[in-house]
Design a protein around this ligand. Structure first.
Ligand code: CTP
Length: 410
């Protein structure tokens, strides 16, 4: 359990802060909500008090005997401001202390995570851009906003990341510290595949696998938060994709293959986190296959799918980092790690993330454990924890390689 301060500034996205508050308390954290006076015009203090079990005020002159304007910031393990408006960013840059939230931010020595939300024009204004750059220089974490529907009919960058995404990143910072979200992927183009392919048998049925895509989504979310320009090729993922990535939706291995080849040409990093079916039904029936009670069922004949990762490695351009995933179980021929080490070599990847699968170890879970191997022999064990933590460890290894391709760091 951590002591989290949830700051809420005055923008329409303030209504979503109640959902974020709920997620943070459900995760077991003690959450103090500090809204601005304008935020309280969008969401009522009663809602925030009921959900946080703490009194809520925007004023520095309430509870003066408790010295709240200093104490709340001093006691916090993490402060997250969602939404962070253009005005809140500007006030924070200047170290203002003109309300309880600004004062709390000025006192804080803990990690601070800001989730901006504003109209596109405000986000793109050079004043806001300079404020964001200045805050990031001081180590304050400023998430890139999503690109999507804004208050009115307009769309564009400026949408607050969804509460579940912010809650995930809060968990990451609490587990792994603010370095897990340092902006070291700015200017890098990252291509990630996620989910599991579905190979159709007929218009109704398919051969699939148990991948939920949660690990790939976490990789995309953390890379975007670290500043990367992310393209996510998503095959049947379970959960909303991050709003600040470019999303390409696919279903079959063939579709995934075509998109990966097209997109890999521009990518600095390619991560194949998707579970690709190794085989597909040779014949896909146009109509629904009937049960035909009087005869035995027809056997399903399978054809081999291409190994997309191997093809991507074959087409790799100089300096590009290619990461594979390995889903392994131990058997008489070797341990999970033995099989993984052999796969690293046979696939020719720079980095391989080895997951032990089976018995509810990985699929459709919020947490994961893995060993990350690099081509030069590096080995990093990531103990069981949130999938975002594994994602952050992988990006640490990838950014070290991008900075120094020959180092084999990790
Ligand atoms: N992969 C791929 N194309 C395939 C199968 C797998 O690109 N047709 C990629 C996966 O995305 C993953 C890596 O290869 O990054 C390893 O996948 P895995 O299922 O562990 O291995 P396979 O190559 O299928 O080998 P095996 O099933 O024999 O373990």
């Amino acid at each position: 359990m951590a002591r989290v301060v949830l700051g809420v500034a005055g923008g329409i996205a303030a209504y979503k802060s109640a959902f974020l508050l709920r997620l943070l308390t459900e995760a077991g954290h003690d959450v103090r909500v500090v809204p601005t006076a304008s935020a309280l015009r969008f969401v009522g203090a009663a809602t925030l008090e009921a959900l946080s079990h703490h009194p809520v005020t925007a004023e520095v002159f309430d509870d003066v005997d408790q010295v709240a304007h200093v104490r709340i910031g001093q006691e916090a393990d993490l402060i997250v401001v969602a939404p962070a408006t253009a005005d809140l960013l500007a006030r924070t840059v200047h170290g203002r202390a003109d309300d309880l939230l600004a004062a709390t931010l000025l006192v804080a020595r803990c990690p601070v995570l800001l989730a901006p939300a504003m109209h596109t024009e405000m986000w793109e204004n050079p004043a806001t851009a300079a404020n964001v750059a200045s805050l990031r220089e001081r180590g304050i974490l400023v998430l890139p906003p999503g690109d999507g529907r804004l208050t009115g009919t307009d769309t564009g960058p400026g949408r607050m990341p969804e509460p579940a995404e912010i809650a995930d990143l809060v968990e990451l910072v609490l587990h792994a510290g603010p370095e897990a979200l340092r902006p070291d992927l700015v200017g890098r183009r990252v291509l990630i595949s996620a989910g599991g392919t579905r190979e159709p048998l007929d218009p109704v049925r398919f051969l699939g696998n148990r991948s939920s895509g949660k690990q790939g989504l976490a990789l995309a979310r953390v890379a975007a938060a670290r500043g990367a320009d992310v393209t996510l090729v998503a095959a049947n993922v379970d959960g909303p994709p991050p709003g600040n990535v470019r999303l390409i939706t696919v279903s079959t291995a063939e579709q995934l293959r075509a998109e990966m080849h097209r997109e890999a040409k521009q990518a600095d990093v390619v991560v194949m986190a998707a579970a690709v079916a190794d085989f597909r039904p040779t014949v896909v029936s146009d109509g629904k296959i009937k049960k035909k009670v009087s005869s035995d069922p027809e056997p399903v004949v399978l054809s081999r799918n291409p190994d997309i990762l191997r093809e991507v490695v074959g087409d790799r351009h100089p300096g590009q980092v290619v990461v594979g995933f390995a889903a392994e179980t131990g058997d008489a021929n070797g341990t999970v790690l033995d099989h993984g080490a052999a796969k690293l070599i046979s696939k020719g990847v720079d980095v391989l993330v080895i997951n032990e699968v089976g018995a509810d170890l990985t699929f459709d879970r919020p947490d994961n454990a893995a060993t990350i191997l690099s081509a030069e022999g590096g080995q990093t064990s990531v103990p069981r924890g949130p999938k975002a933590v594994l994602a952050a460890r992988l990006w640490d290894i990838v950014t070290a390689r991008l900075a120094d391709p020959g180092s084999g760091l990790g």
